[in-house]
Design a protein around this ligand. Structure first.
Ligand code: 5GP
Length: 189
Protein backbone atom coordinates (compact mmCIF):
# COMPACT_ATOMS: atom_id res chain seq x y z
CA UNK A 1 0.00 0.00 0.00
CA UNK A 2 1.26 3.47 -0.84
CA UNK A 3 1.88 5.40 2.36
CA UNK A 4 0.75 8.97 2.63
CA UNK A 5 3.80 11.22 2.72
CA UNK A 6 4.57 14.21 4.92
CA UNK A 7 7.10 16.91 4.08
CA UNK A 8 8.54 18.84 7.01
CA UNK A 9 10.42 22.11 6.60
CA UNK A 10 12.12 23.22 9.77
CA UNK A 11 14.77 25.75 10.78
CA UNK A 12 15.88 28.14 13.48
CA UNK A 13 13.97 31.43 13.41
CA UNK A 14 15.29 33.80 10.71
CA UNK A 15 16.75 31.10 8.45
CA UNK A 16 14.34 31.78 5.56
CA UNK A 17 12.04 28.80 6.11
CA UNK A 18 8.72 30.47 5.26
CA UNK A 19 10.02 31.88 1.96
CA UNK A 20 11.23 28.43 0.92
CA UNK A 21 7.88 26.85 1.86
CA UNK A 22 5.99 29.44 -0.21
CA UNK A 23 8.32 28.86 -3.16
CA UNK A 24 7.79 25.07 -3.04
CA UNK A 25 4.01 25.43 -2.87
CA UNK A 26 4.09 27.69 -5.93
CA UNK A 27 6.23 25.24 -7.89
CA UNK A 28 4.01 22.25 -7.10
CA UNK A 29 0.44 23.49 -6.62
CA UNK A 30 -1.03 20.16 -7.76
CA UNK A 31 1.18 17.95 -5.61
CA UNK A 32 1.73 19.91 -2.39
CA UNK A 33 -0.53 21.69 0.08
CA UNK A 34 0.34 23.82 3.11
CA UNK A 35 -0.54 22.12 6.38
CA UNK A 36 -2.46 24.75 8.35
CA UNK A 37 -1.46 24.53 12.01
CA UNK A 38 -3.59 25.39 15.01
CA UNK A 39 -2.34 28.10 17.37
CA UNK A 40 -3.43 30.10 20.38
CA UNK A 41 -1.50 33.23 19.38
CA UNK A 42 -3.37 36.26 18.08
CA UNK A 43 -3.82 36.56 14.29
CA UNK A 44 -1.59 39.18 12.64
CA UNK A 45 -3.23 41.85 10.49
CA UNK A 46 -2.62 40.04 7.19
CA UNK A 47 -3.56 36.55 8.39
CA UNK A 48 -6.70 34.60 7.56
CA UNK A 49 -8.42 31.96 9.67
CA UNK A 50 -8.11 28.54 8.06
CA UNK A 51 -5.47 29.70 5.58
CA UNK A 52 -2.54 30.78 7.76
CA UNK A 53 -3.64 29.11 10.98
CA UNK A 54 -6.67 27.76 12.79
CA UNK A 55 -6.79 30.32 15.59
CA UNK A 56 -8.08 28.60 18.71
CA UNK A 57 -8.65 29.68 22.30
CA UNK A 58 -6.38 28.11 24.88
CA UNK A 59 -9.37 26.16 26.25
CA UNK A 60 -10.24 24.62 22.89
CA UNK A 61 -6.59 23.87 22.15
CA UNK A 62 -6.20 22.10 25.48
CA UNK A 63 -9.41 20.16 24.88
CA UNK A 64 -8.01 18.97 21.55
CA UNK A 65 -4.82 17.84 23.32
CA UNK A 66 -7.04 15.80 25.68
CA UNK A 67 -8.92 14.36 22.70
CA UNK A 68 -5.63 13.30 21.08
CA UNK A 69 -6.44 15.39 18.01
CA UNK A 70 -2.82 16.53 17.41
CA UNK A 71 -0.06 14.53 15.73
CA UNK A 72 2.30 16.97 17.51
CA UNK A 73 1.99 20.16 19.48
CA UNK A 74 4.45 22.49 21.19
CA UNK A 75 4.49 25.59 23.31
CA UNK A 76 6.80 27.31 20.80
CA UNK A 77 6.76 30.65 22.59
CA UNK A 78 5.97 31.39 26.21
CA UNK A 79 2.30 30.60 26.74
CA UNK A 80 1.53 30.11 23.01
CA UNK A 81 0.58 26.71 21.69
CA UNK A 82 1.14 25.51 18.12
CA UNK A 83 0.15 22.12 16.74
CA UNK A 84 -0.55 19.96 13.71
CA UNK A 85 -4.02 18.40 13.66
CA UNK A 86 -4.47 14.83 12.45
CA UNK A 87 -7.63 16.07 10.69
CA UNK A 88 -5.53 18.56 8.69
CA UNK A 89 -3.22 15.84 7.37
CA UNK A 90 -6.27 13.67 6.52
CA UNK A 91 -7.92 16.61 4.72
CA UNK A 92 -4.85 17.10 2.50
CA UNK A 93 -4.25 13.40 1.85
CA UNK A 94 -7.87 13.05 0.74
CA UNK A 95 -7.19 15.56 -2.05
CA UNK A 96 -4.29 13.36 -3.22
CA UNK A 97 -1.68 15.95 -2.21
CA UNK A 98 1.26 15.84 0.19
CA UNK A 99 1.11 18.14 3.22
CA UNK A 100 4.02 20.54 3.78
CA UNK A 101 4.56 21.37 7.45
CA UNK A 102 6.30 24.62 8.45
CA UNK A 103 7.08 23.80 12.08
CA UNK A 104 9.72 24.33 14.74
CA UNK A 105 12.61 21.94 15.34
CA UNK A 106 11.07 20.09 18.30
CA UNK A 107 7.79 19.54 16.49
CA UNK A 108 9.71 18.30 13.45
CA UNK A 109 11.56 15.73 15.56
CA UNK A 110 8.24 14.50 16.97
CA UNK A 111 6.68 14.04 13.54
CA UNK A 112 9.78 12.18 12.36
CA UNK A 113 9.59 9.78 15.26
CA UNK A 114 5.89 9.24 14.73
CA UNK A 115 6.10 8.74 10.95
CA UNK A 116 9.62 7.35 10.40
CA UNK A 117 8.83 5.76 7.03
CA UNK A 118 6.63 8.39 5.45
CA UNK A 119 8.01 11.73 6.66
CA UNK A 120 10.76 13.64 4.84
CA UNK A 121 12.45 16.48 6.69
CA UNK A 122 14.43 19.43 5.36
CA UNK A 123 16.42 21.50 7.81
CA UNK A 124 17.18 25.03 6.62
CA UNK A 125 20.46 26.15 8.09
CA UNK A 126 21.51 29.80 8.34
CA UNK A 127 25.15 30.25 7.20
CA UNK A 128 26.24 30.87 10.81
CA UNK A 129 24.82 32.05 14.11
CA UNK A 130 26.63 35.35 13.58
CA UNK A 131 24.98 35.83 10.18
CA UNK A 132 21.61 34.97 11.67
CA UNK A 133 22.15 37.61 14.33
CA UNK A 134 22.96 40.15 11.61
CA UNK A 135 19.79 39.23 9.68
CA UNK A 136 17.61 39.52 12.75
CA UNK A 137 19.23 42.87 13.62
CA UNK A 138 18.66 44.26 10.13
CA UNK A 139 15.04 43.07 10.22
CA UNK A 140 14.69 45.49 13.12
CA UNK A 141 11.79 43.65 14.73
CA UNK A 142 13.59 42.54 17.88
CA UNK A 143 14.46 44.15 21.17
CA UNK A 144 17.94 43.41 22.54
CA UNK A 145 16.48 40.77 24.88
CA UNK A 146 14.33 39.06 22.27
CA UNK A 147 17.22 39.12 19.79
CA UNK A 148 19.46 37.44 22.34
CA UNK A 149 16.75 34.86 23.11
CA UNK A 150 16.25 34.06 19.42
CA UNK A 151 19.99 33.79 18.75
CA UNK A 152 20.44 31.46 21.74
CA UNK A 153 17.47 29.36 20.65
CA UNK A 154 18.88 29.19 17.11
CA UNK A 155 22.25 27.96 18.38
CA UNK A 156 20.44 25.26 20.36
CA UNK A 157 18.25 24.28 17.41
CA UNK A 158 21.28 24.09 15.11
CA UNK A 159 22.64 21.31 17.27
CA UNK A 160 19.81 19.03 15.98
CA UNK A 161 20.56 19.48 12.30
CA UNK A 162 22.08 16.01 11.82
CA UNK A 163 18.82 14.38 12.86
CA UNK A 164 16.98 15.52 9.74
CA UNK A 165 16.90 13.83 6.34
CA UNK A 166 18.27 16.81 4.38
CA UNK A 167 20.09 20.01 5.27
CA UNK A 168 20.08 23.10 3.09
CA UNK A 169 22.49 25.91 3.91
CA UNK A 170 20.78 29.18 3.14
CA UNK A 171 23.62 31.39 1.90
CA UNK A 172 21.56 32.72 -1.01
CA UNK A 173 17.81 32.43 -0.83
CA UNK A 174 17.32 31.70 -4.55
CA UNK A 175 19.84 28.89 -4.48
CA UNK A 176 18.35 27.50 -1.30
CA UNK A 177 14.90 27.49 -2.95
CA UNK A 178 16.25 25.57 -5.93
CA UNK A 179 18.09 23.10 -3.67
CA UNK A 180 14.87 22.48 -1.79
CA UNK A 181 12.99 22.04 -5.06
CA UNK A 182 15.44 19.39 -6.26
CA UNK A 183 14.99 17.42 -3.04
CA UNK A 184 11.20 17.70 -3.12
CA UNK A 185 11.06 16.67 -6.80
CA UNK A 186 12.74 13.38 -5.87
CA UNK A 187 10.47 12.83 -2.85
CA UNK A 188 7.17 13.32 -4.66
CA UNK A 189 8.22 11.55 -7.88
P1 5GP B 1 4.74 32.33 13.89
O1 5GP B 1 4.09 32.71 15.20
O2 5GP B 1 5.84 33.29 13.51
O3 5GP B 1 3.72 32.11 12.80
O4 5GP B 1 5.43 30.91 14.11
C1 5GP B 1 6.33 30.70 15.12
C2 5GP B 1 7.00 29.36 14.99
O5 5GP B 1 6.06 28.29 15.21
C3 5GP B 1 7.60 29.08 13.62
O6 5GP B 1 8.91 28.52 13.80
C4 5GP B 1 6.69 28.04 13.02
O7 5GP B 1 7.36 27.21 12.12
C5 5GP B 1 6.27 27.29 14.26
N1 5GP B 1 5.03 26.51 14.05
C6 5GP B 1 3.97 26.83 13.29
N2 5GP B 1 3.04 25.87 13.32
C7 5GP B 1 3.54 24.89 14.12
C8 5GP B 1 3.04 23.61 14.53
O8 5GP B 1 1.96 23.16 14.17
N3 5GP B 1 3.83 22.89 15.37
C9 5GP B 1 5.05 23.34 15.80
N4 5GP B 1 5.74 22.53 16.59
N5 5GP B 1 5.55 24.53 15.42
C10 5GP B 1 4.80 25.29 14.60
Amino acid sequence: MRQNKIIIITAPSGAGKTTIVQYLLQQYPEQLAFSVSATTRQPRANETEGKDYYFLTKEIFQQKIQDDAFVEWEMVYEGKYYGTLQSELERIWKTGKTPVLDIDVKGALHIQRRFPESSFSLFIQPPSVKELQKRLESRGTETRESLEARVNKAAYELSFKDQFNYTIVNNHLEEACRDAERIITAIIA
